[in-house]
Design a protein around this ligand. Structure first.
Ligand SMILES: *[C@@H]1O[C@H](CO)[C@@H](O)[C@H](O)[C@H]1NC(C)=O
Ligand SMILES: *[C@@H]1O[C@H](CO)[C@@H](O)[C@H](O)[C@H]1NC(C)=O
Ligand SMILES: *[C@@H]1O[C@H](CO)[C@@H](O)[C@H](O)[C@H]1NC(C)=O
Length: 288
């Protein structure tokens, strides 16, 4: 059993009963002190595990018992590494690890073939494993605010990718394989070291509506001269007729603003998350 603290009327027994009936463990701001926490054994039929904003250092190996878990949310903790038996979590669709201290991801990540959302922003990643290319159902990858110098070539095999966020890293170049991402809608690479992007990007990524490249050495000229720029522009304008500020602004540092910003889509995304969090917090029953 774990080291969860209980307070007041919400006794540990009550909590465990609730977790068992809903399949959702939610501990937010629980101030867990434990260096390690336990996943409460294998008898629980858990779908969702949330331990947000605590001091969890380590994910124990018995996590592999949670074969039905679909969402694992361990944002804002002190986790340094992921267990190598991670690949056992074959039901996992969403994994949120933002704001930890993770320096690398195990190759076993590639076994999580059902993964649709992986968010691991605000960590210390220096690279991503090549096996990430096995995540064929991944639609959102958020690796913003890490120490990445490059993205692996295999990222181009994540065919379902719609949104790639890699702001605030040290990326110098994108692999040519990103041109294979035909579902990619949004590519955010603010504050990196990118001086050029693959020449076919705008031509091949036919779903692309949003590229954000603030604070990179690439120039607006370079961007506008890319093959497919007109089509990209047309797509962007057509899709977001109303919301878009279609001005291209060139800042002193080069390409300061590659426009866009479909606020509607973004709202939908945020709305989804709020919906999920609210349900977990207040009802705990949204999962089917
Ligand atoms: C990937 O997504 C598709 C469509 O939603 C689904 O049919 C397929 O089973 C998924 N693959 C895995 C490995 O879950
Ligand atoms: C990605 O991570 C950044 C930094 O934590 C965050 O601001 C952003 O909202 C995240 N984006 C998505 C789509 O999750
Ligand atoms: C496009 O990127 C900007 C900057 O990261 C973001 O604010 C906006 O929500 C994105 N739009 C879409 C449709 O993802």
């Amino acid at each position: 059993m774990g080291c969860f603290q209980s307070r007041g009327a919400d006794s540990k027994a009550n909590r465990i009963a609730r977790w068992r009936s809903t399949g959702i463990v939610a501990l937010r701001d629980a101030k867990l002190k434990a260096r390690q926490f336990s996943f409460l054994g294998s008898s629980f039929f858990l779908f969702v595990y949330i331990i947000h904003n605590s001091s969890v250092f380590e994910i124990p190996m018995d996590i592999s018992n949670l074969v039905n878990m679909q969402r694992l949310i361990l944002a804002t903790n002190l986790i340094e590494r992921l267990p190598i038996n991670l690949g056992k979590l074959q039901a996992l669709k969403v994994m949120i690890l933002d704001g930890n201290q993770i320096t690398s991801l195990p190759d076993e990540l590639g076994q999580l073939v059902r993964l649709e959302k992986l968010s691991i922003s605000g960590n210390m990643l220096m690279s991503l494993p090549e096996t990430i290319g096995s995540l064929r159902n991944l639609s959102l990858l958020n690796v913003s605010n890490n120490k990445l110098k490059y993205l692996p070539e295999s990222v181009g095999s994540c065919f379902s990718l719609e949104e790639l966020q890699a702001n605030d890293n040290l990326i110098e170049e994108l692999p040519a394989s990103v041109c294979n991402l035909v579902h990619l809608k949004s590519l955010c690479l603010n504050n990196n070291k990118i001086s050029q992007i693959p020449p076919n990007l705008l031509k091949d990524c036919k779903a692309l509506q949003n590229i954000s490249l603030h604070d990179n050495p690439i120039s607006m000229d370079q961007f506008q001269q890319m093959e497919g720029f007109q089509e990209f522009e047309a797509r962007r304008k057509k899709k977001f007729d109303k919301q878009i500020d279609s001005n291209v602004m060139i800042g002193s540092k080069g390409l300061d603003e590659v426009l866009i910003y479909n606020s509607a889509a973004f709202t939908v995304l945020i709305g989804q998350w709020l919906h999920i969090f609210n349900n977990i917090r207040y009802q705990g029953t949204w999962i089917g």
